[in-house]
Design a protein around this ligand. Structure first.
Ligand SMILES: Nc1nc2c(c(=O)[nH]1)N[C@H]1C(S)=C(S)[C@@H](COP(=O)(O)O)O[C@H]1N2
Ligand SMILES: [Mo]
Length: 246
């Protein structure tokens, strides 16, 4: 598993072949090149992977840089009976299923995630709606969770779903990136409901819309063009780029 992740990470970050431009279809958008828009999305993806091959981490700030106000966007309290029931119980019954192309599928409670190795990072969040803010996030690296359940060699993407119907997918470069975490804490406290409690994703190398809030399920898959309308994510179906690298 260690070797696999390292090899996958290297493949994903080290070459245009790994980025999918020359070597087949790594990105969902690349597997269905239906319009010039898809071509440019795929090209941006490949070029950014190439440019980032030696600089894997985004900048992290000191706690004095944390924004006094971090806006909340779109869903701020999911209108979902199961979610509301769980919220009333302090999410003590909440479980995160991890399934698909993994050796040991399992569902993890909040307490179990908190018992795993934690990472805290203070980063700049940029929203496509034209604002940005600096926040501190604490959580378990997604790479740790995927190693724990044993990602199978055929897995090439990780699909994440949220209780409000948002869903997205990530290639293994982002899924295994050290700053991609399942955050249950924000700015030293518990993650507030408006920011995605009990657990949200942080994908620091992409625009804010890839950092899904209210995570409800994780699935490892080989391809994503069979999901939904075949564009790899809910926001991609609305016309935003699947790859939102910044
Ligand atoms: N499930 C879910 N995830 C989501 C959203 C959402 O509405 N629902 N909004 C996205 C957008 S566009 C941004 S900018 C950030 C906003 O996170 P915040 O509300 O903590 O600022 O969450 C992203 N993840
Ligand atoms: Mo956003």
């Amino acid at each position: 598993m260690r070797d696999l992740s390292r090899r996958r990470l290297l493949t994903g970050s080290g070459s245009l072949i790994g980025a999918g431009l020359l070597g087949g279809c790594e990105a969902p958008a690349l597997s269905r090149l239906a319009s010039p828009y898809d071509w440019s999305n795929g090209l941006t993806f490949a070029v950014q992977r190439w440019l980032q091959r030696h600089q894997p981490l985004v900048r992290e700030f000191g706690s004095d840089a944390i924004s006094a106000v971090f806006p909340t966007i779109n869903t701020t309290d999911p209108d979902n009976p199961d979610y509301q029931r769980s919220k009333a119980l302090g999410f003590s019954d909440w479980k995160l299923p991890v399934s698909g192309l993994v050796a040991r599928p399992a569902a993890f409670s909040l307490a179990e995630l908190k018992a795993m190795p934690a990472r805290t990072q203070i980063t700049l969040h940029s929203c496509e709606q034209g604002w940005s803010a600096i926040g501190g996030w604490t959580g378990v690296p997604l790479a740790h969770l995927l190693t724990h359940v044993g990602l199978k060699p055929e897995a090439r993407f990780v699909v994440v779903r949220s209780v409000d119907g948002w869903w997205d997918s990530y290639d293994l470069f982002d899924a295994l990136h050290p700053q991609t975490i399942l955050a249950y804490g924000m700015n030293g406290g518990a993650l507030p409901v408006a920011h995605g409690a009990p657990v949200r994703l942080r994908v620091e190398r992409q625009l804010g819309y890839k950092s899904l809030k209210y995570i409800s399920a994780i699935e490892a898959v080989e391809r994503v063009d069979g999901l939904g309308k075949g564009r790899g994510s809910m926001v991609a179906e609305l016309g935003f780029p699947w790859y939102a690298g910044i």
